[in-house]
Design a protein around this ligand. Structure first.
Ligand SMILES: Cc1ncc(CN)c(N)n1
Length: 219
């Protein structure tokens, strides 16, 4: 069985809770309270800077030039690609980048990013990809599932969010990361695999916590 298939199965019950979370459901049926989305957006914008830093660790730790370029391209894809959608929503909601920086990250957010950064600091490229993969992959799945709800991707406000994660660019970037995880784990021992699974499942738990943080407006 592919490593990513094992990882997916290990985290599957948590991912299903993410799909069932009222915040995610609210994006899908358009009923999500704007105040909750606004809080999510602010927190997620802060989150993505650290997420990009986790990839930057990969640039430092990779020995192979091709792998360095992959990590570097992902830093770019986050700062210039995914965050562009956030900036568009911020403009719609009248939020400036300066205002985001005056917001305190919620503890669920801070704990998540610090966990990923500590895995990246202590590990190598495989641990780094394991730490970012549940983030990238779960959103790819959420985007795809939400886009399959009739009318959801055309919603005047939440449609753009759905289209960005269901879109070809995001899906392709995620597919490449899934493939990279399999490549990097190809010759790992069972004990090394267990460490990757631990990281992947913990990050999936943090993903669920992030939805809950936004839903409860955790400060
Ligand atoms: C918390 C979180 N997790 C995942 C993603 C998708 N990159 C995100 N933007 N934010």
């Amino acid at each position: 069985m592919r490593t990513t298939q094992r990882l997916y199965e290990a985290a599957h019950p948590i991912w299903e809770q993410c799909h069932d979370h009222p915040f995610v459901r609210g994006i899908g049926d358009g009923s999500l309270d704007l105040e909750k989305f606004r809080w999510f957006l602010l927190q997620d914008y802060l989150y993505l800077f650290d997420y990009a830093r986790v990839f930057a660790y990969g640039v430092v730790k990779a020995r192979d030039p091709g792998l360095m370029r992959t990590f570097s391209a992902n830093v770019d894809a986050i700062l210039g690609g995914e965050m562009k959608v956030h900036r568009a929503y911020m403009a719609r909601l009248g939020i400036t980048e300066e205002q985001v920086f005056s917001v305190q990250p919620a503890l669920s957010n801070l704990s998540y990013t610090h966990y990923m950064l500590s895995c990246a600091a202590a590990g190598g490229p495989a641990e780094i990809i394991a730490a970012i993969l549940s983030c990238s992959w779960s959103y790819a799945e959420i985007g795809t599932r939400l886009a399959a709800i009739p009318g959801a991707a055309d919603h005047p406000f939440y449609g753009e969010w759905i289209r960005s994660y269901a879109g070809e660019d995001y899906q392709k970037t995620n597919d490449a990361l899934v493939e990279l995880m399999d490549t990097l784990a190809e010759s790992c021992t069972e004990a090394e695999y267990q460490r990757l699974e631990e990281i992947f499942v913990n990050c999936s738990r943090y993903e669920l916590g992030f939805w809950e943080m936004a839903w409860t407006l955790e400060r």
